[in-house]
Design a protein around this ligand. Structure first.
Ligand SMILES: [Zn+2]
Length: 473
């Protein structure tokens, strides 16, 4: 249950950030600088058509060429890549942000998102109601509201927050979206060169549109201008009065978001019950390992496993949101022999995932007992905006082992010992090696190179190398 849901608008490292907390726990963070292309609409030019791949590459006037898959080609009478020509202009929307060496994934099936509805000018009468609205009567009501408002070429998606919203509000939003679409279409018709025709709003407006719901208990900021902007936007969304609170101190500082974020983004995340989860992510796959804190056997084992798995399922769903992890996720829960325990963990996990505005699907347990799920990717994972590749290990996550490194150094010393005949040698090593170079190892080196005075300085910048400084006198 979410008793308290807060949205904080403040400053971190000089930029606007929005942090979302549920019951005091950080569940999402959005930065001003995160460049999202998803949702933007472009006039593109077809650069290349690869029939075997069923892919069409499109210059959108920004970065790498984007690509269209055949299922995303949906203009009237143009149903496959065969109907398109190189050099032709096309109206496209970004479906997924670029990742790695891949350009943006595009679609011609445009969707203009509002808070309650997504208007789709080319969707041929499709009406979709969010799967998160479970009540059948409500689904029918929403369907019947939008049905007469669109023509047979258009389509609409009714979003989760539309639940219980009056017809006037939905109709008026749809009108606004249609107007916005007409402007985009006009710009498209007037232009020839690849360019941006529509850009998703900035972080403040975007987060309110996508994340504000009736569970939000307060919105906090220390900036009067932000407060004013929020109130203008929230007015449209039927928000409760006085939900925005203006405080003296920056809420990002006040709520220790920096520390919370740092703690939450570690590879190993501790659980209150003593166990932990370990998260390893690559571009397409994430593996999450659940560990218990103690080694109990027998009856206690079942109880402890269940308790740890239940807590882990909550923490994992939070972590998926916070880190914005997407693609395939495999979770290795602690073994459970009882079917009823498995079921309880699965149900709890699914319940937690319902708080996630991202699209998730739980596939089930694999033959090896891993829980398999997917989370749809739209924007890059959080770590991409917070970190860059480690220059020391080049992203591998490993450095040369102390043993190999010191053996290499001893080898170099042997050569120098005979050629240079040093009196004194200063060895500069990375500080992580100070423990390894204990008395015993220093003695070994002293005995091997008799007559040389050694001085160790743990001030070297690189754990993969060392510096040998020879003094002849
Ligand atoms: Zn590294």
């Amino acid at each position: 249950m979410i008793k308290k849901k807060q949205m904080l608008f403040g400053n971190m490292d000089g930029e606007l950030v929005v942090a979302i907390l549920e019951n005091g726990k950080l569940v999402e963070i959005h930065f001003e600088h995160m460049e999202r292309l998803t949702g933007n609409i472009y006039l593109g030019r077809i650069e290349n058509i690869v029939p075997n791949l069923e892919a069409v590459f499109v210059n959108i006037g920004k970065g790498k060429n984007g690509f269209l898959r055949s299922k995303d080609i949906v203009l009237p009478n143009k149903k496959s890549s065969k109907d398109l020509q190189v050099g032709q202009k096309v109206l496209v929307q970004v479906k997924k942000d670029p990742i790695g060496s891949k350009g943006a994934q595009l679609t011609m099936n445009i969707g203009i998102p509002g808070r309650y509805l997504v208007y789709m000018p080319f969707a041929h009468g499709t009406i979709g109601v969010s799967k998160k609205i479970l009540d059948l009567d409500e689904r029918k009501r929403l369907h019947n509201i939008v049905d007469p408002l669109i023509s047979k070429n258009e389509g609409v998606i009714v979003r989760t927050v539309s639940q219980g919203i009056e017809v006037e509000i939905l109709a008026s939003e749809l009108e606004d979206l249609k107007t916005l679409w007409k402007e985009i279409e006009k710009k498209y018709k007037r232009s020839r060169k690849p360019k941006e025709l529509y850009k998703e709003p900035d972080v403040l407006e975007y987060v309110i549109r996508e994340r504000y719901d009736e569970k939000v208990t307060e919105i906090i900021t220390n900036d009067v201008e932000i407060k004013n902007r929020l109130e203008v936007i929230l007015k449209k969304f039927e928000a409760r009065k006085n939900i925005v609170k203006l405080i003296e101190e920056d809420p990002i500082k006040l709520f220790n978001i920096n520390q919370k974020l740092e703690r939450a983004l570690r590879r190993v995340v501790d659980l209150d019950c003593g166990g932990s989860i370990v998260i390893d992510s690559t571009e397409a796959l994430t593996i999450i390992d659940v560990n218990s804190g103690s080694n109990i056997s027998g009856n206690g084992f079942r109880e402890m496993s269940l308790k740890t798995n239940l807590e882990a399922s909550k923490e994992i769903s939070r972590q998926l949101r916070l880190r914005n992890i997407s693609g395939i996720v495999l979770i290795d829960f602690i073994d459970m022999s009882k079917e009823q325990d498995k079921k309880l963990v699965l149900e709890t996990f699914k319940e937690e995932l319902r708080k996630d505005k991202g699209k998730t699907a739980v596939i089930g347990f694999t033959k090896l007992g891993l829980l398999e799920m997917t989370r749809k990717r739209t924007s890059p994972p959080l770590k991409n905006s917070l970190f860059s590749k480690c220059p020391i290990c080049d992203g591998r996550g490993f450095v040369i082992s102390p043993k190999r490194l010191i053996n290499r150094m001893v080898n170099d010393l042997s050569n120098l010992y005979h050629t240079e005949k040093p009196k004194k040698v200063i060895l500069n090593l990375h500080r992580s090696l100070s423990g390894y170079m204990n008395g015993e190892r220093r003695k070994f080196i002293r005995n091997k190179f008799k007559g040389v005075e050694f001085d160790y300085k743990f001030d070297w910048y690189d754990p993969n190398s060392y510096n040998i400084n020879i003094k002849k006198k």
